[in-house]
Design a binder for this molecule. Structure first.
Ligand code: SF4
Length: 196
C-alpha cells in the first residue's frame, strides 16, 4: 500500500485515459497498465507496449512474452506469479523507442506501481527499464548483476536482464538463451534470499 493508500486498481483507473503523451494517445488503442499478481514478490518492467500488447491490453503477450514465459518456467514461475508492466505503458508508433519526455511523463505511474506492490525484487528488462530504475546504462554489462535502488526510503534489489526481443533478433541463439537462463537463476536466488 502506498503512502496515500492508493490501490493498484485505483492507480490503473487514474491512468486509463491518461493524455500526457500526445503522440502516444493519438496512436494507441489502449493504455496497457500491467498484469499479474498484485502483491507479488517480483515486478518485471519492460520497455513499452508493442502492437500485440496494444491490441490485447496485456504486457509481454507477443513473441517476446513467450520467451519471458519460457524463462520464468526455468525458475518454476508463471506470469501469474509476478507482476509485469512497462517503462512506458502506451505503444510508441511503429514500435519506435520511447522518448525521454514519455519516460518522464510515465515516471510517477511506475513509481506508484512499485510503491503499491512493494516487491522484493525489481527485474528491469532491457536498457530502457534498467536506465529508468537504476540510472545506469549498458545492459550487456549490467545483466545478471544484483543492484539496489531506494524509493521513498525503501531499498529494493534490482536484477537487469536482456530483453527477450534481442533473443528473437538474434535467431534464438542458444548462447544468448543460456545467458538469459543464468540471469533468471540470479532472480531466483534473490527471491529465495528475500523470503528467508
Ligand atoms: S505513456 Fe504513460 S504518461 Fe504517457 S500517455 Fe501513456 S500512461 Fe500517460
Amino acid at each position: 500500500m502506498s503512502q496515500n493508500n492508493l490501490t493498484l486498481s485505483e492507480l490503473k483507473q487514474q491512468y486509463s485515459n491518461c493524455n500526457l503523451c500526445q503522440e502516444l494517445c493519438d496512436n494507441r488503442i489502449q493504455v496497457v497498465f500491467g498484469s499479474g499478481k498484485e502483491n507479488s514478490t517480483v515486478i518485471f518492467i519492460g520497455e513499452a507496449s508493442g502492437a500485440s500488447e496494444d491490441k490485447q491490453g496485456i504486457p509481454f503477450c507477443g513473441a517476446s512474452g513467450k520467451v519471458l514465459q519460457d524463462l520464468l518456467a526455468t525458475i518454476g514461475l508463471t506470469r501469474g506469479d509476478v507482476f509485469i508492466t512497462n517503462t512506458v505503458i502506451c505503444r510508441p508508433p511503429n514500435n519506435r523507442n520511447p522518448k525521454k519526455e514519455e519516460i518522464e511523463n510515465c515516471r510517477d505511474r511506475l513509481d506508484k506501481t512499485i510503491q503499491i506492490i512493494q516487491p522484493k525484487v525489481i527485474v528491469t528488462v532491457g536498457n530502457f527499464a534498467t536506465q529508468r530504475i537504476t540510472g545506469k546504462i549498458g545492459i550487456t554489462k549490467l545483466r545478471g548483476n544484483i543492484l539496489e535502488v531506494t524509493f521513498n526510503s525503501q531499498i529494493y534489489k534490482v536484477v537487469p536482464v536482456v530483453h527477450p526481443a534481442s533473443l528473437l533478433y538474434n535467431g534464438r541463439n542458444s548462447v544468448i538463451f543460456d545467458q538469459m537462463k543464468k540471469d533468471f537463476q540470479t532472480i531466483k536466488k534473490v527471491i529465495e534470499e528475500s523470503i528467508i
